[in-house]
Design a protein around this ligand. Structure first.
Ligand code: ZN
Length: 221
């Protein structure tokens, strides 16, 4: 009976009805980093020289992996909110304590309001919802604001990317951040410029500690 069957979000093979979006095989093919949100890994090593972080991590490696590329594209451009949430659930599954120890509030990187109006949704918010469903950590959506509409980063070198994002973020009401252990979330970390810029705004507003986590990482071991 079809009603009891589901298809895999990646290979389209039929799978037994379950809450999972991927078949077992595709789930096994996800290029997991296995360092999750830890105090010793390549993502933290790359970001820490620029901003004082407690911990950092990523769920998957990005490097030219077709599956990860497609997942990110679906999340970002194809309105696939369910997939974004599933990635959050998969990332946090079995890692609840690690996330709960690190953070008491999840803050997804916001889009600039112009971009949000065009796209209609922020994919990182849905990734955050999946993380929240598993860990129970509340999401704070309306406090970190992207105040500078930055031009495309892709043609800029690393140093220009950092300058392009200088003071790109602001906090609406610092008292909502003060003294909190924050988990800053993004879909993918490439140079880290966006995350570092947002991290600065959060640190300036007096958060107790800052952790950064992304779905995918372009940094390799
Ligand atoms: Zn599959």
């Amino acid at each position: 009976m079809d009603v009891f069957l589901n298809t895999c979000a990646y290979c389209n093979k039929r799978i037994l009805a379950s809450k999972n979006l991927f078949c077992l095989e595709c789930n096994g093919l996800l290029p997991r980093t296995y360092f999750n949100l830890s105090e010793n890994n390549i993502v933290l090593d790359k970001l820490k020289p620029f901003t004082p972080l407690r911990a950092a991590g990523s769920f998957l490696y990005y490097n030219q992996n077709e599956m990860v590329k497609q997942i990110l594209w679906e999340m970002k451009y194809n309105n696939n909110k369910e997939l974004a949430m599933e990635m959050g659930r998969l990332a946090a599954g079995g890692q609840e304590t690690m996330f709960q120890d690190a953070a008491e509030v999840i803050i997804p990187i916001p889009l600039h309001k112009t971009k949000l109006r065009i796209r209609g949704y922020n994919q990182t918010e849905y990734f955050a919802i999946g993380l929240h469903e598993v860990t129970g950590i509340p999401i704070l959506n309306d406090q970190l604001k992207r105040i500078k509409k930055t031009s495309s980063q892709t043609k800029l070198n690393r140093q220009d990317r950092f300058q392009n994002l200088d003071n790109a973020f602001a906090i609406e009401d610092a008292t909502t951040i003060q003294g909190k252990r924050v988990l800053l979330l993004d879909d993918v970390v490439t140079t880290g410029a966006t995350l570092i810029s947002a991290a600065q705004a959060l640190l300036d507003s007096g958060c107790a500690s800052l952790n950064i986590y992304t779905l995918a990482s372009a940094f390799e071991m």
